[in-house]
Design a binder for this molecule. Structure first.
Ligand code: SF4
Length: 411
């Protein structure tokens, strides 16, 4: 199995982030950080990024890097496929063949057997999923190996295995269905495959949960408690009486046996550090400032935020909601790169899309895909070397495929 790019010991999951109080007169979609590309050497957080990149790439400008990336694309043609997640910065997205959410991108990778090389401009778990779904002769590469996902890292495999053993000491394993969100390590996808469960995405989580309840009495849902809670609630499961949060740092998840047996959904105590920043007060402020605006958020937001919004759904849903909606103002609860691009694409139709959190910054780990890393990995290909390849071992791959296939059959 591959290791988490961030590695380290099992984590105690922090409680939800509390947004600071904001002055009333902040402009919409203000970002405290500058998301324009600067040479890698000027990036303030570079110290924690993959250090192996050759020195000559450190001071290259965005234009020089763009020329180099363009050159490799022209040289490799269809042998190269570049995939980019919606949360990537513009200077990365402009050189991608396909833009999408994690599931769409993994499927695109699987649908292009002619591509010998797949550069996955996203985070580690996404590149793993692409490797699982592609052929043995295709190489999937992640530009910067430090691009992990803080939510995925909140479910460390050894914690999930230990929690499963504890949980199934008080409830029947056969009637307990493990469901993992796409945002998880390949080893956890394999774990749910082996234990009768499935993978889900933010688009198909309701269908996957419905499937699970046809097979069992309860679900262990990880790593994102908010997606699990919001989805379960949509299906009529009571978040107070029939769901409980499983804290992996505590014995038995910190729950009494009776609380476990009464629960239909056990929610792993994990969250997305970007989406828990959105608050109900931001929605109220947006509505006060833009009467009649529509509010659409991602289901990784808290229950209160999802309840207060007009609609919630995956990144693909959010994009469709704004693009297919009538002219007007849209307040959006997801990552700022997506919102900026969406706004630019709909402006001409009399629509404005702005980010609900006025000080939100990009997903810190997606941001680590700097064009310098893109250029380096691509130019290595021209030199006949594959660097930063993401490989999932055969046993993990085969069980993870079981879990992914179940998801595909359900949806
Ligand atoms: S936005 Fe959240 S879930 Fe997505 S990669 Fe970033 S930390 Fe992970």
């Amino acid at each position: 199995m591959t290791t988490s790019p961030l590695g380290g010991p099992a984590k105690v999951v922090a409680s939800d982030y509390v947004a600071p109080r904001l002055p009333e007169d902040l402009p919409d979609a203000y970002c405290e950080g500058d998301i324009a590309t600067v040479p890698l050497v000027e990036e303030p957080h570079r110290a924690s990024w993959q250090p192996e990149i050759p020195e000559r790439y450190l001071s290259m400008s965005a234009d020089e890097l763009a020329d180099r990336i363009r050159g490799v694309r022209a040289a490799l043609g269809e042998r190269l496929l570049i995939l980019g997640h919606h949360y990537q910065r513009d200077d990365v997205i402009r050189f991608t063949d396909v833009r999408g959410d994690s599931f769409k991108l993994a499927r695109e990778a699987a649908a292009r057997p002619q591509a010998d090389y797949i550069l996955f401009c996203g985070v580690h778990f996404m590149a793993e999923s692409a490797d699982i779904l592609t052929g043995p002769d295709q190489a999937v590469m992640l530009p910067n190996l430090a691009a992990g996902c803080s939510m995925a890292d909140m479910a460390q495999p050894q914690d999930v295995y230990a929690s499963w053993d504890e949980l199934t000491s008080v409830v029947e394993a056969e009637r307990t269905i493990p469901i993992t969100y796409m945002n998880s390590a390949a080893s956890l996808k394999a774990f749910v495959g082996r234990n009768g469960g499935a993978v889900c995405t933010s688009s198909n989580a309701p269908a996957v949960l419905r499937w699970a309840f046809e097979r069992g009495d309860r679900v262990l849902f990880f790593p994102d408690q908010h997606l699990g809670r919001n989805t379960g609630k949509r299906l009529g499961v009571d978040p107070v009486g029939e769901m409980a949060v499983w804290n992996p740092a505590l014995p038995m998840g910190g729950l009494e046996p009776g609380r476990i047996t009464d629960s239909r959904i056990l929610l792993w105590q994990g969250h997305c550090s970007v989406h828990v920043r959105f608050k109900v007060e931001q929605i109220e402020r947006a509505r006060a400032k833009h009467p009649g605006c529509r509010v659409v958020v991602h289901p990784e937001c808290t229950e209160a935020v999802v309840d207060a919004a007009d609609a919630d759904g995956s990144t693909e849903f959010i994009i469709r909601y704004v693009k297919d909606g009538p002219p007007g103002v849209y307040a959006v609860g997801t990552e700022i790169n997506l919102v900026h691009r969406l706004n630019a694409e709909v402006e001409a139709e009399g629509k404005t899309a702005f980010c609900l959190d006025p000080v939100v910054c990009p997903c810190a780990t997606m941001y680590r895909i700097h064009p310098a890393y893109q250029a380096w990995v691509l130019e290595e290909l021209i030199a006949g070397r594959i660097v930063n390849q993401i490989r999932v071992d055969d046993e993990t791959r085969s069980w993870a495929q079981v879990a992914l296939r179940r998801m595909l059959e359900i949806t």
